[in-house]
Design a protein around this ligand. Structure first.
Ligand code: ACO
Length: 209
Protein backbone atom coordinates (compact mmCIF):
# COMPACT_ATOMS: atom_id res chain seq x y z
CA UNK A 1 0.00 0.00 0.00
CA UNK A 2 1.18 3.50 -0.90
CA UNK A 3 1.77 5.97 1.99
CA UNK A 4 -1.11 8.31 2.67
CA UNK A 5 -3.62 6.39 0.57
CA UNK A 6 -6.51 5.86 1.01
CA UNK A 7 -7.39 8.63 3.48
CA UNK A 8 -10.25 10.76 4.76
CA UNK A 9 -9.40 14.33 5.81
CA UNK A 10 -11.26 16.97 7.81
CA UNK A 11 -13.94 17.88 8.63
CA UNK A 12 -13.39 21.66 8.64
CA UNK A 13 -16.13 24.24 9.03
CA UNK A 14 -15.99 27.21 6.62
CA UNK A 15 -18.63 29.84 5.73
CA UNK A 16 -20.20 27.51 3.10
CA UNK A 17 -20.58 24.57 5.52
CA UNK A 18 -18.58 21.52 6.60
CA UNK A 19 -15.82 20.44 4.23
CA UNK A 20 -14.41 16.90 4.18
CA UNK A 21 -12.12 15.02 1.81
CA UNK A 22 -12.39 11.34 0.82
CA UNK A 23 -11.19 9.10 -2.03
CA UNK A 24 -13.15 9.27 -5.29
CA UNK A 25 -15.86 6.57 -5.50
CA UNK A 26 -17.54 4.76 -8.35
CA UNK A 27 -20.92 5.88 -6.96
CA UNK A 28 -19.90 9.56 -7.32
CA UNK A 29 -20.97 9.22 -10.99
CA UNK A 30 -24.45 10.76 -10.64
CA UNK A 31 -23.55 13.89 -8.67
CA UNK A 32 -20.23 14.34 -10.47
CA UNK A 33 -21.91 14.28 -13.88
CA UNK A 34 -24.89 16.41 -12.84
CA UNK A 35 -22.64 19.19 -11.53
CA UNK A 36 -20.14 19.08 -14.39
CA UNK A 37 -22.75 19.08 -17.17
CA UNK A 38 -24.47 22.08 -15.56
CA UNK A 39 -21.17 23.88 -14.77
CA UNK A 40 -19.50 23.73 -18.18
CA UNK A 41 -19.22 27.55 -18.37
CA UNK A 42 -17.69 27.67 -14.88
CA UNK A 43 -15.12 24.89 -15.41
CA UNK A 44 -14.11 24.40 -19.03
CA UNK A 45 -11.93 27.50 -19.50
CA UNK A 46 -9.69 26.45 -16.60
CA UNK A 47 -9.30 22.74 -17.26
CA UNK A 48 -6.84 20.83 -19.45
CA UNK A 49 -8.23 20.25 -22.95
CA UNK A 50 -9.89 16.84 -23.08
CA UNK A 51 -10.56 14.40 -25.89
CA UNK A 52 -14.09 14.72 -27.24
CA UNK A 53 -16.95 17.10 -26.47
CA UNK A 54 -17.71 18.24 -22.88
CA UNK A 55 -21.13 16.53 -22.66
CA UNK A 56 -19.55 13.19 -23.53
CA UNK A 57 -16.50 13.55 -21.30
CA UNK A 58 -18.71 14.46 -18.38
CA UNK A 59 -21.58 12.08 -18.97
CA UNK A 60 -22.63 9.67 -16.21
CA UNK A 61 -21.21 6.74 -18.16
CA UNK A 62 -17.78 8.34 -18.58
CA UNK A 63 -17.09 8.39 -14.80
CA UNK A 64 -16.40 4.64 -14.29
CA UNK A 65 -13.38 4.67 -16.62
CA UNK A 66 -12.04 7.94 -15.15
CA UNK A 67 -12.55 6.59 -11.65
CA UNK A 68 -10.81 3.30 -12.54
CA UNK A 69 -7.83 5.14 -14.06
CA UNK A 70 -7.49 7.37 -10.98
CA UNK A 71 -7.81 4.39 -8.65
CA UNK A 72 -5.12 2.45 -10.47
CA UNK A 73 -2.73 5.45 -10.37
CA UNK A 74 -3.51 5.82 -6.65
CA UNK A 75 -2.72 2.17 -6.00
CA UNK A 76 0.61 2.61 -7.73
CA UNK A 77 1.39 5.65 -5.59
CA UNK A 78 1.32 8.12 -8.47
CA UNK A 79 -1.78 10.08 -7.53
CA UNK A 80 -4.09 10.94 -4.60
CA UNK A 81 -7.52 11.47 -6.21
CA UNK A 82 -9.97 12.95 -3.70
CA UNK A 83 -13.59 14.08 -3.73
CA UNK A 84 -14.46 17.27 -1.82
CA UNK A 85 -17.73 17.04 0.12
CA UNK A 86 -19.71 19.90 1.64
CA UNK A 87 -22.19 18.90 4.36
CA UNK A 88 -21.77 15.32 3.14
CA UNK A 89 -22.57 16.00 -0.54
CA UNK A 90 -20.14 15.97 -3.44
CA UNK A 91 -18.93 19.54 -4.06
CA UNK A 92 -15.82 19.05 -6.21
CA UNK A 93 -12.55 17.21 -6.68
CA UNK A 94 -9.00 17.78 -5.49
CA UNK A 95 -6.15 15.73 -6.90
CA UNK A 96 -2.47 15.38 -6.12
CA UNK A 97 -0.93 14.07 -9.35
CA UNK A 98 2.35 13.11 -10.95
CA UNK A 99 3.79 12.01 -7.61
CA UNK A 100 7.54 11.60 -7.93
CA UNK A 101 9.40 10.09 -5.01
CA UNK A 102 13.15 9.43 -4.49
CA UNK A 103 15.01 12.69 -3.94
CA UNK A 104 12.30 14.92 -5.48
CA UNK A 105 9.20 13.86 -3.45
CA UNK A 106 7.09 16.33 -5.36
CA UNK A 107 3.68 16.49 -7.08
CA UNK A 108 1.12 18.90 -8.54
CA UNK A 109 -2.20 19.78 -6.92
CA UNK A 110 -5.39 20.69 -8.81
CA UNK A 111 -9.04 21.25 -7.85
CA UNK A 112 -12.52 22.39 -8.88
CA UNK A 113 -15.63 23.24 -6.87
CA UNK A 114 -19.32 23.32 -7.88
CA UNK A 115 -20.56 26.79 -8.92
CA UNK A 116 -23.35 26.44 -6.30
CA UNK A 117 -20.88 26.64 -3.41
CA UNK A 118 -18.13 29.00 -4.59
CA UNK A 119 -16.84 31.93 -2.49
CA UNK A 120 -17.52 30.10 0.75
CA UNK A 121 -13.99 28.93 1.56
CA UNK A 122 -14.43 25.36 0.29
CA UNK A 123 -11.45 25.19 -2.08
CA UNK A 124 -9.10 26.91 0.37
CA UNK A 125 -10.02 24.43 3.11
CA UNK A 126 -9.56 21.52 0.69
CA UNK A 127 -6.12 22.75 -0.42
CA UNK A 128 -5.00 23.17 3.21
CA UNK A 129 -6.25 19.70 4.23
CA UNK A 130 -4.69 17.93 1.26
CA UNK A 131 -1.39 19.83 1.48
CA UNK A 132 -0.95 18.91 5.16
CA UNK A 133 -1.76 15.31 4.30
CA UNK A 134 0.71 15.29 1.39
CA UNK A 135 3.50 16.56 3.65
CA UNK A 136 2.50 14.26 6.52
CA UNK A 137 1.27 10.71 5.86
CA UNK A 138 2.02 10.83 2.11
CA UNK A 139 5.65 11.81 2.74
CA UNK A 140 6.01 14.50 0.07
CA UNK A 141 8.23 17.58 0.31
CA UNK A 142 6.96 19.96 -2.38
CA UNK A 143 3.62 20.69 -4.05
CA UNK A 144 3.22 22.80 -7.14
CA UNK A 145 0.05 24.46 -8.45
CA UNK A 146 -0.11 26.05 -11.89
CA UNK A 147 -2.82 28.64 -12.54
CA UNK A 148 -3.79 30.84 -15.47
CA UNK A 149 -3.08 34.52 -14.66
CA UNK A 150 -6.76 35.25 -15.45
CA UNK A 151 -8.00 32.82 -12.79
CA UNK A 152 -8.45 35.34 -9.98
CA UNK A 153 -10.41 32.98 -7.73
CA UNK A 154 -7.80 30.22 -7.90
CA UNK A 155 -4.91 32.66 -7.38
CA UNK A 156 -6.70 33.86 -4.26
CA UNK A 157 -7.24 30.28 -3.02
CA UNK A 158 -3.52 29.51 -3.27
CA UNK A 159 -2.49 32.75 -1.57
CA UNK A 160 -4.96 32.23 1.29
CA UNK A 161 -3.82 28.63 1.72
CA UNK A 162 -0.15 29.62 2.00
CA UNK A 163 1.34 28.89 -1.43
CA UNK A 164 3.77 31.42 -2.94
CA UNK A 165 4.30 32.44 -6.54
CA UNK A 166 7.55 31.20 -8.07
CA UNK A 167 7.32 32.21 -11.69
CA UNK A 168 5.53 32.25 -15.00
CA UNK A 169 5.49 29.19 -17.27
CA UNK A 170 4.91 30.43 -20.82
CA UNK A 171 2.61 28.43 -23.11
CA UNK A 172 2.71 25.77 -20.40
CA UNK A 173 -0.50 23.76 -20.63
CA UNK A 174 -3.13 22.93 -23.21
CA UNK A 175 -6.20 24.44 -21.54
CA UNK A 176 -9.55 25.13 -23.24
CA UNK A 177 -8.02 24.46 -26.65
CA UNK A 178 -4.79 26.52 -26.60
CA UNK A 179 -1.33 26.64 -24.99
CA UNK A 180 -1.86 28.91 -21.99
CA UNK A 181 0.63 30.75 -19.81
CA UNK A 182 0.46 29.69 -16.14
CA UNK A 183 1.81 31.13 -12.92
CA UNK A 184 3.66 28.53 -10.93
CA UNK A 185 2.82 28.49 -7.23
CA UNK A 186 4.52 26.14 -4.78
CA UNK A 187 4.98 25.27 -1.15
CA UNK A 188 7.53 23.05 0.58
CA UNK A 189 7.15 21.24 3.86
CA UNK A 190 9.54 23.57 5.75
CA UNK A 191 7.28 26.56 5.10
CA UNK A 192 4.11 25.07 6.52
CA UNK A 193 5.04 25.34 10.23
CA UNK A 194 2.19 23.91 12.31
CA UNK A 195 0.35 23.12 9.06
CA UNK A 196 -1.79 25.03 6.60
CA UNK A 197 -5.00 23.95 8.36
CA UNK A 198 -3.76 25.35 11.70
CA UNK A 199 -2.92 28.59 9.95
CA UNK A 200 -6.37 28.84 8.36
CA UNK A 201 -7.95 28.25 11.76
CA UNK A 202 -5.66 30.85 13.37
CA UNK A 203 -6.60 33.33 10.64
CA UNK A 204 -10.30 32.76 11.43
CA UNK A 205 -11.02 31.29 7.97
CA UNK A 206 -11.94 27.78 9.21
CA UNK A 207 -12.72 25.81 12.35
CA UNK A 208 -12.39 22.16 13.30
CA UNK A 209 -15.96 20.88 12.87
N1 ACO B 1 -12.66 37.95 -8.79
C1 ACO B 1 -11.97 38.18 -7.65
N2 ACO B 1 -11.97 37.33 -6.60
C2 ACO B 1 -12.73 36.24 -6.71
C3 ACO B 1 -13.48 35.95 -7.84
C4 ACO B 1 -13.43 36.86 -8.92
N3 ACO B 1 -14.10 36.64 -10.05
N4 ACO B 1 -14.14 34.80 -7.64
C5 ACO B 1 -13.80 34.39 -6.42
N5 ACO B 1 -12.96 35.26 -5.86
C6 ACO B 1 -12.32 35.18 -4.56
C7 ACO B 1 -13.30 34.95 -3.44
O1 ACO B 1 -13.81 36.18 -2.98
C8 ACO B 1 -12.42 34.25 -2.41
O2 ACO B 1 -11.51 35.15 -1.76
P1 ACO B 1 -11.84 35.79 -0.31
O3 ACO B 1 -12.01 34.65 0.65
O4 ACO B 1 -10.67 36.63 -0.04
O5 ACO B 1 -13.11 36.56 -0.47
C9 ACO B 1 -11.57 33.38 -3.30
O6 ACO B 1 -11.52 33.99 -4.57
C10 ACO B 1 -12.12 31.98 -3.43
O7 ACO B 1 -11.82 31.25 -2.25
P2 ACO B 1 -12.68 29.96 -1.85
O8 ACO B 1 -14.06 30.37 -1.46
O9 ACO B 1 -11.89 29.18 -0.86
O10 ACO B 1 -12.69 29.12 -3.21
P3 ACO B 1 -13.96 28.44 -3.91
O11 ACO B 1 -14.50 27.35 -3.05
O12 ACO B 1 -14.87 29.50 -4.37
O13 ACO B 1 -13.26 27.74 -5.18
C11 ACO B 1 -12.24 27.70 -7.36
C12 ACO B 1 -12.41 28.48 -6.05
C13 ACO B 1 -11.75 26.29 -7.08
C14 ACO B 1 -11.20 28.42 -8.21
C15 ACO B 1 -13.62 27.64 -8.09
O14 ACO B 1 -14.00 28.94 -8.45
C16 ACO B 1 -13.59 26.75 -9.32
O15 ACO B 1 -13.84 25.55 -9.23
N6 ACO B 1 -13.30 27.36 -10.51
C17 ACO B 1 -13.31 26.64 -11.77
C18 ACO B 1 -12.21 25.57 -11.86
C19 ACO B 1 -10.85 26.13 -11.51
O16 ACO B 1 -10.50 27.24 -11.85
N7 ACO B 1 -10.04 25.32 -10.79
C20 ACO B 1 -8.67 25.72 -10.39
C21 ACO B 1 -7.71 25.51 -11.53
S1 ACO B 1 -6.03 25.94 -11.07
C22 ACO B 1 -5.51 24.67 -10.11
O17 ACO B 1 -6.18 23.66 -9.98
C23 ACO B 1 -4.18 24.78 -9.39
Amino acid sequence: RHPGWPARLGPLRVPAGVVAIRPVRLRDAGEWSRIRLRDRAHLEMWEPTGVGPWPERNAFWSWPSQWAALRSLARRGQCLPFTITLDGRLAGQITVGNVIRASLRSAWIGYWVSSEVVRGGVATAAVALVTDHAFGPAGLHRLEATVRPENTASLRVLTKAGYRQEGLFERYLDVAGAWRDHYCFAVTREETGPGLVSRLVAAGRADHA
